[in-house]
Design a binder for this molecule. Structure first.
Ligand code: ATP
Ligand code: MG
Length: 327
């Protein structure tokens, strides 16, 4: 049986500048409760903390039994911790409006006589657009810089990776756009196409600003002093496989992995031999998967959180969870 070499608490101690904490993993493994527990713990340490969800389902509102949708709210009994569920719909609408303006402007600039609407539709009617809007939202929060610690409950899908890859893709795209804009500008001048002299180019300004923002975001998300992604798994094969892949991807992207949290382990000492067979089988199965977990993740394991008798809701249960998370 393996053992934890660096606990969550020790990890935080050796990362005193830690500011952006993320929880990822397969659907339903306990990402939201871990994010909640961690946020309350940081607040207990006296840090001004925000627990934020970029998840399209209303997970925090349900976890806290408080409406935290679209505005940051103090958590009841939460040691001064704030929670916020990002209103994705609102962001998407805003992004659409922005894109519509930019595209219309560009089409006019380039003397192209088509309806902007078609372009807007194709730019916004894809699944990546929603994620990109959520990513933008997260960056807005980060750049407002009102908190000492940000704990993010990220979307459960494999797309967490896309979310992060996004900043890279954006930068490439923007660089390409800027280049072709520059070329178009030179061409216009050469042809004296329009007699108008050097005019302001809002699209170019926007692209340049956007590029800087993405570059800042990338620096921020890849700094091991400030940023850590924690991966939650159950002692079961599928969640283990999912985070094994995630960790590999994150390595490739140069994104700091803080460690692995094992959740939902049945406490053997609470179970007697006359327990129903399915319980005994479940324990045996968990033991086997625990061995795999130690093998695969080894010293990356930060904590093992037991399976509680009830589901985790509200600040009292979250603090109890935090005691295990930061044991
Ligand atoms: N250790 C535990 N003991 C008891 N219940 C738990 C435990 N961990 C999680 N749960 C419960 O399991 C459910 C799923 O947890 P949670 O919502 O945190 O998962 P998630 O990974 O965020 O899910 P999703 O992928 O849907 O966002 C919740 O009802 C939660 O209260
Ligand atoms: Mg969740």
């Amino acid at each position: 049986m393996g053992a934890i070499t660096q606990t969550m608490t020790q990890f935080v101690e050796v990362h005193p500048e830690l500011k952006y904490v993320f929880f990822g993993g397969k659907g339903g493994v306990g990402k939201t409760i871990m994010a909640g527990a961690a946020a309350l713990w940081f607040a207990q340490q006296g840090k001004k903390t925000l627990l934020a969800s970029t998840n399209p389902v209303h997970s925090l509102t349900n976890l806290l039994k408080q409406d935290v949708f679209g505005k940051s709210v103090l958590i009841d009994g939460g040691e001064g911790c704030y929670a916020l569920e990002i209103d994705t719909k609102d962001t998407i609408e805003r992004s659409k409006t922005e894109i519509r303006e930019k595209i219309s402007w560009f089409l006019k600039f380039a003397d192209i006589a088509v309806q902007a609407e078609e372009f807007v539709e194709s730019a916004t009617m894809n699944p990546a657009f929603e994620e990109s809007a959520m990513f933008e939202n997260m960056l807005d929060l980060i750049f407002q810089d009102e908190y000492e610690i940000y704990v993010f409950d990220t979307a459960p899908t494999a797309n967490a990776r896309r979310l992060l890859g996004m900043s890279k893709v954006y930068s490439l795209w923007v660089e390409k756009m800027i280049k072709s804009r520059e070329e178009a500008g030179i061409l216009r001048k050469k042809l004296s196409y329009s007699r108008r002299r050097e005019e302001k180019d809002p699209l170019m300004d926007y692209l340049l600003k956007f590029k800087d923002r993405m570059a800042d975001a990338r620096v921020l998300l890849t700094q091991p002093q400030t940023t850590a992604f924690f991966f939650v798994t159950l002692p079961e094969s599928l969640p283990i496989a999912v985070i094994t892949r995630f960790i590999q991807w994150f390595h490739e992207f140069g994104i700091p992995v803080g460690g692995v949290i094992v959740n939902g382990l049945i406490q053997k000492e609470t179970v007697t031999n006359d327990a129903p067979e399915f319980v005994l089988n479940r324990i045996k199965m968990q033991q086997e998967h625990m061995e795999k977990i130690w093998q695969i993740f080894g010293e990356r394991v930060r904590s093992v959180v037991p399976l509680f008798e009830t589901e985790v809701q509200g600040s009292v249960m979250l603090k109890k969870t935090a005691e295990f998370l930061f044991a």
